[in-house]
Design a binder for this molecule. Structure first.
Ligand code: NIG
Ligand code: FE
Length: 418
């Protein structure tokens, strides 16, 4: 494999120096940008990052053996990282969207057997092959938007076989697709209809059967719970997250999306790596998250698509909570794969600066999935995952919103989108 030499980027956004701890407060605006910057890559790993003249000098006698990419006029960033998706599912729910546009609420639709239950039915019925093909199409689209790693949750099986099937598809996607897929077990996404009269029975199935098997087979690293009134209570979520911890699964939590429910507090208590959504998180909850370094994964695409007020990102950042951004890609509340659009929404609806939004979709997102030592910034020794945008600076990626500026994507040192 020849070395790859990316040269003379107008802006090379490195985000260097934050692999050990996520960026917080004002530091989220410090992107560590190199003008006229270059990157030397060998065997899928970043070897050197710096001003072009410096690297041209250092590698002078080897430039001839390298593939050279001319990035003049372009903005180069770490490959974008999406730390919260429901990538693997079957079917779609545009008819429910129309119902919501006519006034029905997300929870009303779910309680009437639609919502998560509708996608669970479709996902259970889909063959593993169909599920793989449908999800692969989405993963292709993620890649075309500059995303090189996604987290993917189960949660549309809601039975032993169904959850395992989803996680196996995610693993197969990880093994066969350029995009890296990091798996999260979300057996506690909803209580399925067949368990509705014995919810504790379902919770015990999760804790005593599903979690041990998922962990034994290495099918997930994280364990997530949809903790919301009418779904799982904080006490139930605590039991499920503790059971995961006992089997080596790190807690994550869908927290305080629809009403304040103690989700942020619980995330801090159980030592979750992230608490996600947080539209209604309490001040006390955020304070405890900041204290324990729990990352707040914000999902402004979901608020946009559910037509609700987005999370108060400024309140999180001002309280010292490290913030990451994600699409929440799912057929009910956020059917998008465009992390760049989510970054625009983070600016427009949550008043994050473009710099904060980019930090939140790169290094802080890497922290939210426990990958900050390998991805999320452009530094020697890290994976050569990069996105090249046809933009004169990083702000334009978001400022010209709703447009895909991705021109080239490099994954593990290989050009995968051109
Ligand atoms: O993160 N909040 C719960 N789960 C997803 C939605 C899943 C669905 O509607 O299918 C979310 O928004
Ligand atoms: Fe979600």
């Amino acid at each position: 494999m020849r070395p790859l030499f990316i040269r003379r980027a107008r802006q090379l956004v490195t985000l260097a120096g934050s692999s050990a701890a996520p960026l917080v407060r004002e530091k989220m605006n410090d992107l560590q940008i190199i003008e006229n910057g270059s990157v030397w890559i060998e065997r899928g790993v970043i070897i050197a990052v710096g001003p072009d003249d410096e690297l041209a000098h250092r590698f002078a006698d080897r430039i001839g053996e390298a593939d050279v990419i001319d990035a003049r006029g372009k903005t180069v960033t770490p490959g974008l990282i999406d730390p919260h998706t429901h990538l693997v599912y079957a079917g779609s729910r545009e008819h429910e969207w129309t119902m919501r546009l006519r006034g029905a609420t997300y929870m009303e639709i779910m309680n009437a057997g639609g919502g998560i239950h509708a996608t669970t039915k479709a996902t259970r019925e889909a063959s593993e092959e169909m599920l793989y093909e449908e999800s692969k199409r989405r993963l292709d689209l993620f890649l075309l938007h500059g995303v090189t790693t996604v987290e993917a949750k189960s949660g549309y099986g809601l039975s032993f076989e169904g959850e395992i099937k989803q996680l196996e598809v995610a693993k197969r996607l990880h093994d066969t697709h350029p995009v890296d897929v990091v798996s999260t077990f979300l057996g506690a996404h909803a209580v399925p209809p067949e368990w509705k009269d014995d919810r504790d029975g379902y919770i015990r199935l999760i804790m005593e059967v599903m979690i041990p098997e998922v962990s034994r087979r290495g099918l997930a690293e994280f364990n997530d719970v949809f903790c919301e009134r009418g779904v799982f209570t904080p006490d139930e979520a605590r039991r499920i997250l503790e059971a995961g911890k006992a089997h080596g699964l790190t807690p994550k939590i869908h927290a305080d999306e629809i009403e304040p429910y103690g989700g942020a507090e619980l995330a801090a208590e159980v030592g979750a790596i992230s608490a996600d959504h947080l539209l209604r998180a309490s001040d006390e909850g955020l304070r405890r998250m900041a204290e324990r370094g729990v990352i707040g994964v914000l999902l402004p695409g979901t608020a946009f698509f559910l037509m609700t007020q987005a999370a108060d990102a400024r309140r999180l950042i001002d309280n010292g909570v490290p913030v990451a951004l994600a699409t929440d890609c799912n057929p009910g509340s956020s059917p998008t794969v465009s992390l760049p659009l989510v970054m625009s929404l983070a600016c427009l609806h949550m008043r994050m600066t473009p710099a904060e939004a980019l930090a939140a979709a790169t290094i802080n997102a890497a922290h939210a999935i426990g990958r900050s030592h390998v991805i999320g910034s452009l530094e020697p020794g890290k994976k050569a995952d990069l996105a090249i945008f046809n933009a004169a600076n990083y702000m334009q990626i978001m400022y010209y919103y709703g447009v895909n500026h991705t021109e080239m994507v490099i994954k593990d040192g290989k050009i995968v989108v051109n």
